[in-house]
Design a protein around this ligand. Sequence first.
Ligand SMILES: CC[C@H](C(=O)O)C(=O)SCCNC(=O)CCNC(=O)[C@H](O)C(C)(C)COP(=O)(O)OP(=O)(O)OC[C@H]1O[C@@H](n2cnc3c(N)ncnc32)[C@H](O)[C@@H]1OP(=O)(O)O
Length: 314
Amino acid sequence: MSYSLQMYCRMVLHRVGCHLLKKTHNALGPPIRRGGAVYSGACGFREEEIREKLQAFPGGSINLVKQESGIALMTINNPARMNAFTGTMMLELQDRVSQLEEWTEGKGLIVHGAAGTFCSGSDLNAVRAISNPQDGMKMCMFMQNVLTRLLRLPLISVALVEGRALGGGSELTTACDFRLMTEGSEIQFVHKHMGLVPGWGGAARLVRIVGSQNALKLLAGARKVDTDYGERIGLSDGTVTLQSAESTALGEAEKWVSAFTKGPAPVIRAVKKVVLSGRELPLEDALRTEKDVFGTVWGGPANLEALARKPKHK
Ligand SMILES: CC[C@H](C(=O)O)C(=O)SCCNC(=O)CCNC(=O)[C@H](O)C(C)(C)COP(=O)(O)OP(=O)(O)OC[C@H]1O[C@@H](n2cnc3c(N)ncnc32)[C@H](O)[C@@H]1OP(=O)(O)O
């Protein structure tokens, strides 16, 4: 059997196996996958094992502020290490994503780093301590689950990149719907220089954002992406320039995203859901999801109000 046929068969068997197990467990009790996670106990992922390991690498924090405007601010906060992700920060990120999943009034999210830089990837102290393949795979599954749930939130999300986004930090930017960069900032998938490939889902998402040609250049060349190059290949959705002495990059990013979050939460969240299903599902499944989401807003308060207003879209 050829290698690719073997891979295909393994993938199909794995998917069917996970699907069947998922169905069984769902029938027996609570759902085994939280939010939109990829790996569950049914796939042999033991989350508790890696949680315990990550707990041993403390420092920094992931801060979350849910604002009245419906836009939340998430801060990657470990400035002494250029906002590198310690083990406890990975665990906190999971908690923050869970909080956002429960935030029914939410419409938008800005992810940014503390002290003028985005994130320098995994904390190298933790990486050295768990540099065996078994632990690496567990960390990878944990982070893929968390970042997949982040991307699947019914919120319009933006990564605001100031300074550097390196390694895992560059992968985190791809788990948001949009990326904004400030002048002088850089995104770099440094994995090749570390003898690695992305493991937090960054490669799969990057291909969907910039196409496989550009993704190959960024990963195989470990190329630095500045604001111009970022916009040219579609990795960056805009360059933030400060409008006045009082303005801040975060303030400008909030203004930028509020153009998309203006309006009632159920409508904005519905928009994100139909785009997400279009992005991730085969066409027929996406069409069915779109129909279901449409049903949640048709005849709803915002729809009835608009009909009563008789708006003209000039
Ligand atoms: C590759 C994938 C993998 C994954 O998927 O898990 C990773 O993400 S591995 C991590 C990849 N990132 C790096 O290798 C970053 C290495 N660091 C740098 O290149 C530089 O520190 C840089 C460019 C971020 C900042 O350079 P600058 O000259 O401005 O500052 P310093 O080098 O003096 O850094 C200040 C302070 O931060 C510590 N630091 C920075 N990044 C990390 C990190 N990822 N882990 C742990 N510590 C980090 C650096 O060591 C300095 O600490 P100090 O105690 O002063 O030496």
